[in-house]
Design a protein around this ligand. Structure first.
Ligand code: 2U9
Length: 345
């Protein structure tokens, strides 16, 4: 029986050695060590041996069993290692290959201007206020000293939804609402960025929908000089320290006195060119001291409080700053236009 075990051990070790993969190795294990395996079968016949031989053969059989088991384990480790190496070799990444280019997006030029304006005014202690784009006639016109019948609120100029509801024509109703919410107590110090709508035929310089940033300060002792200083800081921050400003008298129903602000033309340095139409100056915004009627309707006593307000057309600022000749470029989203702004942080 011992010889039989020795033969089986030699045969098993030979088959373990020849096993090409884990499956074949498992077949060897089942064939020799499994429940119905050949070594198990020999052990089952131990009962037929004379009593004194049984412990010796039994011990030998266990030795054979362990030898085969060890050989299988070693081979299994070796096969697993080989498989792992094969897989790693197949999955090797060539880190020297060039990558696929990723197209990077960027912020829209109008958003860049708005954020730049917001940063500047937040730095001067202003808050940002927002409001609805669909407005009531009251907040869009009435509260801003534009009573019914005023020429600036002609039905032809605005998008009316019903007799009392329209798309806001400026962001001024946000200021009117904010003033009202202060219940007659200052200070109010806000800027209002957002979309506005006017019935206009679209062309290179007009759009039926555009962006504004308007500002409002209401407190005791607010003067025209505060307005002028604020606007000068704004102009120099956006267009450069080398630009001069000037205020010209103007008219708006919601401010009195009203002004328009020009900056000196950078192209001709004040000499006169096609951009400034020969004047040396370029108009950039409108502003003024808040009309007493507007203060009153906003709940403020005009004998105690005064204020200034300004309105900035964002497209116009962006066109002047970046040299854009057609307002429609902002809305058509041609990537060739947009990507020119991507990397100018
Ligand atoms: C309140 C009081 C006063 C806002 C003002 C302007 C002057 C102005 C234009 C600039 C270019 C509009 O986008 S644009 O066409 N705006 O000139 N806006 S003062 O005055 C206000 C607003 C709200 C309560």
């Amino acid at each position: 029986m011992k010889e039989r075990l020795t033969e089986l051990q030699a045969e098993a070790l030979e088959k373990v050695k020849a096993a090409k993969d884990l499956r074949a190795l498992n077949d060897v294990r089942v064939a020799f060590l499994g429940k119905k395996g050949r070594i198990t079968e020999v052990l089952r016949n131990m009962g037929k041996l004379p009593k004194e031989e049984r412990p010796v053969v039994g011990a030998y059989a266990n030795e054979v069993r362990e030898t085969i088991q060890r050989a299988i384990e070693e081979k299994m480790n070796q096969l697993e290692k080989e498989q792992m190496e094969r897989e790693l070799a197949e999955e090797t990444v060539d880190v020297t290959l060039p990558g696929r280019p990723v197209r990077q997006a960027g912020r829209h030029p109008l958003i860049r201007i708005i954020e730049e304006i917001e940063d500047l005014f937040i730095g001067m202690g202003y808050r940002i206020a927002e409001g609805p784009e669909v407005e009531t006639d009251y907040y869009n016109f009435e509260a801003l000293n534009l009573p019914k019948g005023h020429p600036a609120r002609d039905m032809q100029d605005s998008f009316y939804i019903s007799e009392e509801i329209l798309l806001r024509t400026h962001t001024s109703p946000v200021q009117a609402r904010t003033m009202e919410s202060h219940q007659g107590r200052g200070p109010v110090k806000i800027i209002c960025p957002g979309k506005v709508y006017r019935r206009d035929n679209d062309d290179a310089t007009h759009s039926h929908q555009f962006m504004q940033v308007e500002g409002l300060v209401v407190d005791e002792n607010i003067r025209m000089s505060d307005l002028k200083g604020t606007l000068e800081v704004f102009a120099k921050k956006i267009f450069g320290d080398d630009r001069e400003i000037r205020l010209r008298p103007s008219f708006f129903p919601f401010t009195e006195p009203s002004v328009e602000m020009d900056i000196s033309c950078k192209i001709c340095r004040g000499q006169g060119c096609s951009v400034c139409k020969g004047t040396g100056w370029i108009e950039i915004l409108g502003a003024g001291m808040v009309h007493p009627n507007v203060l009153k309707m906003g709940g403020f006593d005009p004998d105690i409080y005064s204020g200034f307000a300004f309105g900035i057309g964002v497209e116009r600022i962006a066109m002047l700053k970046y040299g854009i000749d057609d307002i429609r470029h902002f809305y058509t989203n041609d990537v060739r236009f947009l990507q020119q702004f991507y990397r100018q942080e």
